[in-house]
Write a protein that binds this ligand. Structure first.
Ligand code: NDP
Ligand code: 2IT
Length: 438
């Protein structure tokens, strides 16, 4: 860790993500010294390649603007680099390295042949017109195109990058490369996209929570649920919880959260989708429309519920919030977002022995269906929604089984953190060993 911190200074999120994996692997590596001798850990934390570039673009007033673009190509031992693009003002090298590192383990857990990568920009889509977003995306892809490809590196969406942005990025790639390929996932349905990709992360997380609950004879049906965020992952989390008979009480954005004691039913969810995906407004407007509580500048974790599905961003649950959740009767936390719980919060969940599904396992459904989109693109055909959803469900069950295999302790408690980290590591490490000095 000391070497890593010295080599990657001022990147606390990256240190946090690596530290968790190192802790999980400690005992396992002592039992399997071949990985130590091959220095897999030292190699796996070093990105294979990092690309940083200038993104100049012109706004609606004719003013020149400039942002920074990145792509971290972290690990290609088991397949081409795969992972999303994040457009958010907080994007920097440390954030993207943590996300790329997590992606390597997550993609390995999906059972599909995908390496890990992540990219993005400090561009803030908030308050920008469609025209400005398009010009930014075109400039971003004008540089990125030379580094990616359907068999090399396949980006997708993340925070601030949804269907609109993928469309602009894909259009520019196609113009420059003169090729219609599966170089991005999350594409529109009539130009190479897969059914269920928009739903996949949220649905997958609820499937994962369901598997965890099953181990204790519990079910989503009749349970109260806290969800944070109100973007892609949060929206389809609510949809699946509703389908399974649970009741979602909260949603949030970076300004605050709403609490709806009657539950966010499908009708209200339709409004949230319009509000966030078309009007691009604030979650406060939900409280105004339905006359429910809105808490400005706060997160939803002090509310009482049985399940928490954080789906906004990293480090959004701290130690005190974790303690509140547990003392209020929460029995299951399953992470739609990447690294939403701080290390201290995770310690609380594990100490109290509740069901805790870390993001790299629980939210892997998104990238898994991206993998299925790549398969369909290669075969030049489209599967039905039922077919994709069935495969997604099977993949989430398989990830759960892998976590249990590697994370079950002597008292039978499943530590899903250890399970995901060791389970994700083994496949990548074995591939690196087989490929020599890579
Ligand atoms: P979206 O951009 O669609 O939505 C993000 C949501 O989180 C918005 O409600 C946003 O509020 C809120 N949010 C973002 N940053 C912050 C912050 N700093 N503080 C508080 N709230 C914040 O992104 P997604 O739904 O796609 O992503 C959500 C999480 O899920 C991320 O952690 C992402 O990495 C993870 N994830 C996404 C996958 C995908 O397929 N999209 C797959 C796996 C994980 P506001 O509008 O105010 O910014
Ligand atoms: O964090 C993630 O897994 C994603 N943002 C999805 C990546 C992908 O390639 O679909």
């Amino acid at each position: 860790m000391a070497e890593l911190i010295a080599k990657n200074p001022a990147e606390p999120e990256y240190h946090q993500a690596v530290h968790e994996v190192v802790e999980s692997l400690d005992h396992f590596l002592s039992e399997h010294p071949k990985y130590k001798h091959a220095r897999i850990l030292e190699r796996i934390v070093e990105p294979e390649r990092i690309i940083i570039f200038r993104v100049p673009w012109v706004d609606d007033k004719g003013m020149m603007r400039v942002n920074r673009g990145y792509r971290i190509e972290m690990n290609s031992a088991i397949g081409p680099y795969k992972g999303g693009l994040r457009f958010h003002p907080t994007v920097n090298m440390g954030i993207l390295k943590f996300l790329a590192f997590e992606q390597v383990f997550k993609n390995s857990l999906t059972t599909l042949p995908m390496g890990g990568g992540k990219g993005g920009s400090d561009f803030d889509p908030k308050g920008k017109s469609d025209n400005e977003v398009m010009h930014f995306c075109q400039s971003f892809m004008t540089e990125l195109h030379r580094h990616i490809g359907a068999n090399t590196d396949i980006p997708a969406g993340d925070i601030g990058v949804g269907g609109r942005e993928i469309g602009y990025l894909f259009g520019q790639y196609k113009r420059i490369a003169n090729e219609f390929t599966g170089v991005l996932t999350g594409k529109g349905l009539n130009w190479g996209g897969s059914l269920i990709r928009p739903e996949a992360t949220g649905y997958g997380n609820v499937y994962f929570a369901q598997e965890m609950l099953k181990t204790r004879g519990e079910d989503i049906k009749g349970k109260t649920v806290l969800v944070s965020g109100s973007g892609n992952v949060a929206q389809f989390t609510v949809e699946k919880v509703n389908q399974l008979g649970g009741k979602v009480l909260t949603l949030s954005d970076s300004s605050g959260y709403i609490y709806d004691p009657d539950g966010i039913d499908n009708e209200k969810l339709k409004y949230v989708m319009y509000l966030k995906n078309n009007k691009r407004g604030r979650i406060k407007e939900y409280a105004d429309k339905y006359g429910v509580k809105y808490e400005e500048g706060k997160r939803p974790w002090a509310e009482k519920a049985q399940i928490a599905l954080p789906s906004a961003t990293q480090n959004e649950i701290n130690k005190e919030e974790a303690q509140l959740l547990v003392s209020n009767g929460c029995i299951c936390v399953s992470e739609g977002a990447n690294m939403p719980s701080t290390p201290e919060a995770i310690e609380v969940f594990l100490d109290k022995g509740i069901l805790y599904g870390p993001g790299k396992a629980a939210n892997a459904g998104g990238v898994a269906v991206s993998g299925l989109e790549m398969t369909q693109n290669s075969m030049r055909l489209n599967w039905t929604a039922e077919e994709v959803d069935k495969r997604l469900h099977l993949i989430m069950q398989s990830i759960h089984a892998t976590c249990c295999k590697y994370g079950r302790k002597s008292d039978d408690y499943v530590n899903y953190v250890d399970g995901a980290n060791i389970g994700g590591f083994v496949k990548v490490a074995d591939a690196m060993m087989a490929q020599g000095a890579v």
